[in-house]
Every structure is written in C-alpha cells, then in structure tokens.
Write a protein of this length. Sequence first.
Length: 236
Amino acid sequence: MDIHKFDLPIPHPGQKKVLRDPARIKVLVAGRRWGKNTLGLMTAVEEAAAGHDVVWIAPYQKMMESASRQLFGLVGNQHNVMMTHRAVDTFWFRDAGRIRIMTMRQFMFLSNEDARMDYAILDEAAYMDEETWNKAYALLGDEGKALLMGTPRPTTQNDPDWFRRIYYYSRYAKGWAGWQMNSGINPYVDMAELGRMSVTVSPIAFASEILAQFVVLEPAPEKPPVSREDYFKRFV
C-alpha cells in the first residue's frame, strides 16, 4: 500500500532522526510535548501500510483510547482502512497489515499466538511493568521490530527502573538505537513557556518531564534510635 495516500504530519528534525534510523529496536526517552505519540502513529501507519502486523501497547485505558482517536483522525477517512472495535481497537489496511491498540493488561492476557506481531510500540514505557516488554520482546523473535518511547519517571534506589536500563543498553547494542531528547527539540513548542516552567514547577518534575532526565531520588535518612539515656534526658 502506498504510504503517500495518507496525510501524515511532517516530522520535525528529532522525529525524522528516529523514523529514518534502520535499528531494529528503538528506545526514545523524550520530554512532554516532544511529539512521541505523533512519532508512534507515523511509525505504525508506515509499518501497517507495508503489510506488517503492528501492536500498540499503552499502560492505561485512557492512553489507549487517546491513541486510537488520534490514529482514527489520521487514517479513518481512507476507504482502504477499516476499523473494528471489540476488546481492542483494530485498524485493518486493505491488502496490507493492521494496527491493534490495547492496554498492557489486555496484551498480557492474550495468548502467545494471538499476541504475535511484526512491530511493537510501547507508549509511555516507563509506566509499564517490565513483564510487558519481556513478553513483547520474546514474541518479536529475531526479525520483529519495536519502538519503546516514554518520558522518564523519578525513581528511588530501591526501585529498579527497567526503562532506564533498556535505554542505556540501546546506546551500544548492535541492532538497537537510543535517543534522549528534551521537550525543546520540538520546534513547535513555546520556548518561553518552557522557561516559565523551569521556575514554576519543582526541579525534579522539570528534570524528568521536560529535560527527559532519569532522576533517582535519595531515600530520606533514617532517624537513629533514641538510646535509653537520651530518652530520659529529653523526655523525663
């Protein structure tokens, strides 16, 4: 199917860099308003038009519904694309592939046979369980492709952040590629607004949500136990 039949958005330079990279597994760490969903939708349409089976996985129901609405806005008026809405939303591309949009819970309940795909897109991967990626990666096999994208969330030293680990692995692994881009990479973002946010939101929120940095929070220091002598001195 000719991809030019679809009126897809023109990617900005950051999106174009990710789209055109030939890596089999792509990991994108990006700030809010960078355009992650738009990138994912363009990737999904290109892959489905090429005859591939695409699965879009979102952490929550509302995110799944939002992605489905956006995809319908891109391809819903095409006569060669049909949408079915059952347990998951499926967009069928005539004589080509399909795009299935579901939550991570729905994906985990699918049998391995039903969950097989050629391309997996994990939306806001930082908020997903690692088991979701483990299952997707296993089902992709040696030929399948994937795009993991998300804004990092602050974690603690005791909270293993699998998305951060996968991102650092993607920077040097053969067949993988990783990017870390802040919100300002998007030329359509109001830079003055980002400047205001740098002083109106907490430093931790700005670092993770806008600068797309992995923030590890220090645990609060434990108070030393009060000795018997100190107790009597202070309270008796």
